[in-house]
Design a protein around this ligand. Structure first.
Ligand code: AMP
Ligand code: MN
Ligand code: MN
Ligand code: MN
Length: 298
């Protein structure tokens, strides 16, 4: 039986939360918070179990583990890998991976190596739209240059009046098909899952509803994902509506996947989703939580 508790966040209505967060970001990738500030906030929100899942890097893990221990938070090693699947960008979460696995770390570094080059191409496209200085502008938001992300560009764009929110900046300039979009080849689905499982971890499909796939296409992704050894899918995510969570719970059960839960927290302001790091809305009753796989007992 899942333990629920209620809390008030930002003076909003009291809501039910579980103290588990298996997906969030720090300044080691495109989050706005340092590892310490992130974990302090998770603790203050009432979190108990937290995985740091920065994009394509394990660089923040050692620091996060030490500080989570200090705070008495249960820490789970995580990563969010960028994957190109049938020409679509898909994110795969690895949980319980080994940050000292040198082969894995090298693969992730290879994956990040293209980001600066892609960033220069994005900036060149923005310059054609008379938006100058975007590369340097985005870099100002980026503490770990190898992790330069579209998120850093949308912060630059919205803070400089090119869009009223980061989300609008993303949709206007940087989403696929938009004028500053630059296609990029990330890891293959097979490689990403192999790296995760070879490193002792488990693979989870991140925020499945964000991709806006048809049901048939999502089922095809899941079939490929399972074929390569993936076992989980995010059911509760800040990018999911309640209806999304219910339908993903149904798909998880139908496909024999374990249900995961993650805030995908990046920052507190100008976020494209309402997320509270460290805590999440509970999983629907009809799915099997991933908790036991990673030693979470609620
Ligand atoms: P990248 O890894 O550089 O391609 O950037 C992708 C990142 O952009 C994701 O990890 C999200 O943090 C962010 N993102 C994706 N979609 C949106 C959106 N609609 N609005 C704002 N940020 C987004
Ligand atoms: Mn991100
Ligand atoms: Mn993601
Ligand atoms: Mn994420």
């Amino acid at each position: 039986m899942t333990t629920l508790y209620t809390t008030k966040i930002n003076n909003n209505l009291t809501q039910k939360f579980v103290p588990v967060d298996l997906h969030c970001h720090s300044i080691y990738s495109d989050g706005a918070f340092s590892v310490k500030d992130l974990l302090d906030l998770a603790k203050a929100n009432g979190g108990k179990y937290i995985a740091l899942t920065d994009h394509d890097t394990l660089s923040g893990i050692a620091e996060a583990r030490v500080y989570a221990n200090e705070l008495g938070l249960n820490f789970i090693v995580g990563v969010e890998i960028s994957v190109t699947w049938n020409s679509n960008l898909v994110h795969i979460i690895g949980l319980n991976v080994d940050e000292n696995d040198t082969a894995f770390v090298r693969h992730l570094q290879d994956l990040q190596n293209g980001r600066i080059n892609r960033g220069e191409k994005i900036a060149a496209k923005l310059a054609k739209l008379k938006i100058h200085g975007a590369f340097e502008g985005a870099m100002k938001y980026c503490s770990n240059p190898i992790a330069l992300s579209r998120t850093h560009f949308i912060r630059f764009l919205s803070d400089n009046g090119y869009a009223s929110t980061t989300s609008k900046a993303f949709d206007k300039y940087l989403a696929p098909g938009k004028p500053a979009y630059v296609a990029h080849e990330w890891a293959s689905l097979e490689n990403a899952i192999n790296w995760i499982t070879s490193s002792g971890g488990i693979a989870v499909i991140a925020h499945p509803c964000r991709y806006k796939f048809t049901r048939t296409k999502l089922l095809k992704l899941i079939a490929d994902f399972k074929l390569y050894g993936g076992i989980g899918i995010e059911v509760v995510s800040s990018s999911h509506s309640l209806d999304d969570a219910l339908s993903m719970a149904h798909i998880a059960k139908e496909c024999g996947l374990l249900a995961s839960i993650g805030s995908d927290f990046h920052n507190t302001t100008n976020n494209f989703s309402k997320a509270h790091v460290g805590i999440n809305h509970p999983l629907p009753e009809n799915c099997t939580p991933i908790y036991a796989e990673i030693g979470i007992t609620l």
